[in-house]
Design a protein around this ligand. Structure first.
Ligand code: AHR
Length: 654
């Protein structure tokens, strides 16, 4: 059967073919629908050691001593019995006695006190998050919040894990019986005999040459940070994200905005101001967050990547299923209004002034606010009322903002009928899709039939989940196919973002399999999915180009007959560039005849290809660039042929 000519804005590819007859016709002359300017973005939360042990520059683990040596959950009501602090060890236990208490510390925000009775020469070590990066030319800044009722100066050093090599060291003196913050700096020489090869087999060591009696509430260590921001972020990961050309950053979750219980929700007011005044909280993904990466750092992160924030506000529902009905949500609604004021309020507002004190006089460019996260899981049906209460209060104060609901419109309306809520309005709906590659291939036409008169769509979490800790080439093919569907519907979608963004690949670092970017203390790498993101997001125009397809081949895929090729095109009315994306998920190369109608076709274009010989090939911390995009010039024009390799993602800029 031959495929009949079909405009792909409502495409369902169902033909078998004559293998070499496939054609794509790009109707640049009919490119009318706008591509959302925020189509490609990023989503983040504290999961997989994304910040602690990841993006957040601070290198020491359990820096505020809130985890005892058993790593028990340190809620205020939890009794503390343990003698030591997790991740802090005496290098010679005969010369040290360690006692951890959760009171008597520096402040209400830093209540913990690790007492160290040290004999002369005793040392205390912290291995960081699976090591600490040492590189030629690195510069470290750190501080202790400590006191000493007895004893002299301390030596701070970075040593090999066997203690045989000292890479850097300095002295910290001036400790007294009063709590105080004492700073230090260390360098690794950039060149010469005393420099080192990059390594992460390093520990941080405090040594008491004369012995003494010391108390610590916080000990931190930072290397250089991106843009040299104080309390800043890891440069290599920031550079990788910049290459994704993100137009927004959705934060702080994800489950992280909700928390397991009310006490551990993302309580943004406890994440602003000095990092030393932030008490931290327990992440729903099973570890302590110091909240050193808090609201100001999220906002600066977005700004430093050229992205705008998409802010998710806590909406009265926590992961274990507890919630407050709308009529009791007043304090949380006020928190949300205050949070927005922090982002965009002028300096003469209470929270705008806090933002100025935190170092950012200008408002951030906030256009979207999300009410909760995945409230489609809310079996209490309370979301209809909660959503309405948040929506109305935020719109009344900030009518310019677009608000995002986190359950489907029909579901919320059903709950509204059941709970007597009326007068709901919808701007944008957040949808999440975690599927395997086959599921993504089968979903590429999902948005083609969505009602253009209804709310806009935000695909706030999605991924083809194949491969761990980071996804493989097959997942990248599913991702890219799915993205062609979203690009074709870029008038409906305000944006979309892959999740999760990060994973620390060390054993114990991953809570969620299938992630975009992997790292350890020293190195980072992108999955094939990461490269597919970069290719798509950095090659997009501002108008959707209808593509007419003919004779697209079918492939036999895991027992189903599915199209082998997936594609989308956009064009830019500002610089005349057209971008065609073609995904070949099959085992055979395909030669496609490409026609362009309209525009002024150039004779040459740039083809960028991501390809693997086998679909389960991948990148890893030890083989970070096995699969990376390759670019070359190709012949284009108003009528040209292109052969796409098997298992390949292709972007043609012409
Ligand atoms: O991305 C991982 C989790 O998946 C998010 O925290 C949650 O929103 C979703 O269920």
């Amino acid at each position: 059967m031959n495929y009949t000519r079909t405009i792909l804005t409502s495409l369902a590819l169902t033909s078998s073919v004559i293998a070499s007859a496939q054609q794509l016709t790009l109707h640049i002359d009919q490119a009318q629908k706008d591509v959302s300017p925020t189509l490609y973005g990023m989503m983040t939360e504290e999961i997989n050691y994304s910040y602690e042990g990841g993006l957040y520059g601070q290198l020491l683990r359990n820096a505020t001593f809130r985890e005892d040596k058993h790593g028990r959950r340190p809620n205020p009501w939890t009794p503390w019995k343990s003698g030591g602090a997790k991740y802090w060890t005496a290098t010679d236990t005969t010369r040290s006695v360690l006692t951890l208490t959760q009171k008597g510390g520096y402040s209400r925000a830093l209540p913990a006190c690790l007492n160290w009775k040290a004999q002369a020469g005793a040392s205390l070590a912290n291995d960081g998050y699976w090591g600490i990066a040492v590189r030629p030319g690195e510069h470290y800044k750190g501080y202790l919040i400590a006191r000493a009722t007895q004893g002299g100066p301390l030596t701070v050093s970075l040593q090999s894990t066997d203690g045989k090599t000292t890479y850097a060291s300095t002295q910290v003196s001036g400790l007294s019986a009063q709590w105080q913050k004492v700073s230090f700096e260390m360098d690794i020489p950039a060149t010469g005999k005393t420099t080192v090869s990059p390594t992460k087999d390093v520990r941080f060591v405090l040594t008491a040459p004369e012995g003494g009696n010391y108390d610590f509430s916080k000990v931190v260590l930072f290397p250089r940070t991106f843009n040299d921001r104080p309390n800043g972020l890891r440069p290599d990961l920031m550079k990788m994200m910049t290459k994704m050309s993100p137009k927004f950053l959705r934060f702080p979750g994800g489950n992280y905005v909700e928390g397991n219980d009310f006490h551990n929700r993302f309580d943004w007011k406890r994440t602003v101001g000095s990092p030393d005044e932030r008490p931290g909280h327990w992440s729903p993904w099973g570890y302590w967050s110091t909240d050193g990466l808090g609201l100001p750092e999220f906002l600066n992160w977005a700004e430093d990547c050229g992205a705008e924030p998409i802010l998710a506000v806590f909406a009265g529902y926590v992961l274990k299923g507890d919630y407050l009905p709308a009529e009791y949500c007043g304090p949380f609604i006020q928190d949300a209004l205050d949070e927005i004021e922090y982002c965009i309020g002028s300096a003469d507002t209470k929270w705008g002034a806090q933002r100025v004190r935190d170092g950012h006089p200008e408002p951030y460019p906030l256009h979207y606010v999300e009410i909760g996260n995945e409230d489609f899981f809310d079996e209490s049906e309370s979301y209809a009322g909660r959503y309405k209460a948040f929506y109305e209060a935020i719109k009344a104060r900030y009518p310019q903002l677009q608000l995002i609901a986190t359950a489907g419109q029909k579901q919320i309306e059903q709950w509204a009928r059941e709970t007597g809520v009326t007068g709901l309005k919808f701007d944008v709906i957040d949808e999440h899709y975690y599927r395997n590659t086959k599921g993504m291939y089968q979903s590429v036409n999902l948005y083609d039939s969505y009602d253009r008169k209804g709310p806009k769509i935000f695909c706030g979490e999605w991924a083809s989940r194949e491969g761990k800790p980071t996804t493989n080439m097959n997942a990248a093919l599913g991702d890219a196919a799915w993205m062609t569907g979203m690009e074709r519907n870029a008038d409906l979608l305000i944006g979309h973002c892959y999740a999760p963004l990060f994973v620390n690949v060390n054993p114990g670092g991953m809570q969620w399999e299938s992630d975009l970017i992997g790292y350890d203390a020293l190195k980072a790498y992108g999955s094939p999915s990461y490269y597919a993101q970069c290719m798509f997001a950095s090659n997009v125009g501002n108008k959707i180009v209808p593509v007419e397809a003919k004779d697209i081949p079918q492939m036999d895929y895991q027992g189903s007959s599915l199209p082998q090729l997936y594609f989308s095109a956009t064009t830019s009315t500002t610089d005349g560039q057209t971008y065609l994306k073609i995904v070949n998920g099959g085992t055979t190369p395909q030669t496609i005849t490409i026609h362009t109608i309209g525009g002024k076709p150039a004779k040459k274009g740039l083809l960028t290809v991501l390809h693997a010989n086998k679909p389960d090939e991948t990148n890893s911390i030890n083989e970070p660039t096995h699969i990376v995009p390759q670019s070359s010039k190709v012949k284009t024009g108003s009528n040209f042929k292109l052969t796409v390799k098997p298992y390949s993602v292709n972007v043609i800029k012409m």
